[in-house]
Design a protein around this ligand. Sequence first.
Ligand code: COS
Length: 408
Amino acid sequence: MVDFTLTDEQKDLRELAHNFAEREIRPVAWDYDRDGTWPQAIIEKAWEVGLMNTHVAEAYGGPGLDYLSGCLIEEEMGWGCSGIGTSLMANGLAAAPVSLGGSEEVKKRYLGMLCEEPKLASFCLTEPDAGSDVSGMKTTAVRRGDKYVINGSKCFITNGGYADWYTVYAKTDKDAGHRGISAFVVPRDASVIVDKKEDKMGQRASNTATITFNDTEIPAENLLGEENHGFKLAMMTLDRTRPGVAAMAVGIARAAFEFASEYSKERVQFGVPIAMHQAVAFMIADMATKVEASRLLVWQSAVQLDEGIRNTLASSHAKRFSADSAMEVTVDAVQVYGGYGFIKEYPVEKLMRDAKIMQLYEGTSQIQRLVIAREVLMGRDISEPQPELTTKETEVAVAQSETAAATA
Ligand code: COS
C-alpha cells in the first residue's frame, strides 16, 4: 500500500522548519543575497532548535532522524533561502561518509563535534580538473607510518572557509582509476589552507571556497572505509544526499510558484488580474504540477533509503527532475512578473539565480541522466538493498593497513 500521510512527528518537524524559515530566514534572505553575508547567527539558531545534523545517529549525539524527515526540513530551508539552507545542510554531506565508513572513535570525535556545538564540516571531492569525472582527481594521500600525508587542491567546497573538519577524497593508488581513491577526515587544524571565496551568481549567502592541502598530515585512523574504496563511499554518500538537495530545489520552486501566483492575482492588465488570462494561468498550473511531481520523486527516493532499498535510480530521478523543474519554474515566475521580474526590488530574480546551482552541484543534470540511463538500461532489481560499508570492514581495513605499514 502506498501512503503519503506524514506521521505527527514529521508534521511537527515540518512546521518547526517552516516557522524557522519564515521568521528567521525570509526576512533577511534578500539582504544576505545582496551582500553575500555569512549567516552565522542563523546557523547558531538552527543548530539550537535542532534543524541541523539530523541524520547523525543518537549514539554520536544526533537525533538520528529518517531521510524523509530530513527532506521535509530541506524543502522548508529551500523555501526560506536556498543559500542559507545550503550553509545549514552541508554538514549532512560531509558527515554521511563518516557515518558510513568511520571507525567508532572517528565517528565519536567528528560527528560528536557537530552535535556538541554549532560547528561545520565540508565535503571535498571536486577539483579544478575533476568535477563530474571523479576518478580524474589529482590530490594524493601517501601512507607514512601511522599517518597519511595529503597534497592537492579541492574547489567549490561548500562551507569550506568555516569548516572545522573536512571529508577529503584523494588518490592512494594513482594508477588504479576509481579503484585508487580513498576518503579521510582532515581536521581544520592539520594545516589546511583556505584559498579563495567564490563570488557567485546565486546562493550568495553560502560560502564556497578552494581548499589546499600542502603536506597535510593526518592520523591513519582517519581513513574512512577501506583504502582504495573511497569512490564507492562517495557514490553511496551522494545516493543519500541527493534526495535532500532535490528537496531544497522543491522549496525554491514552491517559493517561486507562490510569489508568481499571488502576483498574478494582483497585477491587472487589459482590465483583469493577469491570472485571468489563460496564457498566465497555464504557466501557474504547470508550476504547480512541477512542484508536486518533484516532491513525490523526492519522497520516493528518501523513503527507499529509509526502507534500506538501493535508491540510486530514484535519487537521480529526484535530483534531475527537481533541479530542472526549479529552473523552469523560477524562469516562468520572472515571466509572470514581466519587466518587474527582472528588477532586484522584486523577489523572483534571486530565486532564478539560486535555482541554477541546483542543476550543477551534487551532480549536474547531465550526470543524473547518465546514472538514470545506466540504471534503466541495466535493469537493476528495484528492491535491491542499499550497498553497505560496515564498521567491521573499516576496522579490518585499518588493522590491515597498519600491519602493511609496519612490515614495509
Ligand atoms: N553505490 C555504490 N557503488 C557505486 C554506485 C553507487 N551509487 N555507483 C557506482 N558505484 C560503484 C560501481 O559499482 C563500480 O564498482 P566497481 O569498482 O566494483 O566496478 C564503481 O563504483 C565505478 O562505477 P562507475 O563505473 O559507474 O563509475 P564512473 O567513473 O563511470 O562514474 C559517475 C560514474 C559519472 C556517475 C560518477 O563519477 C558521478 O556521480 N560523478 C558526479 C560526481 C558529483 O556528483 N560531483 C559533485 C560534487 S559533490 S558536491
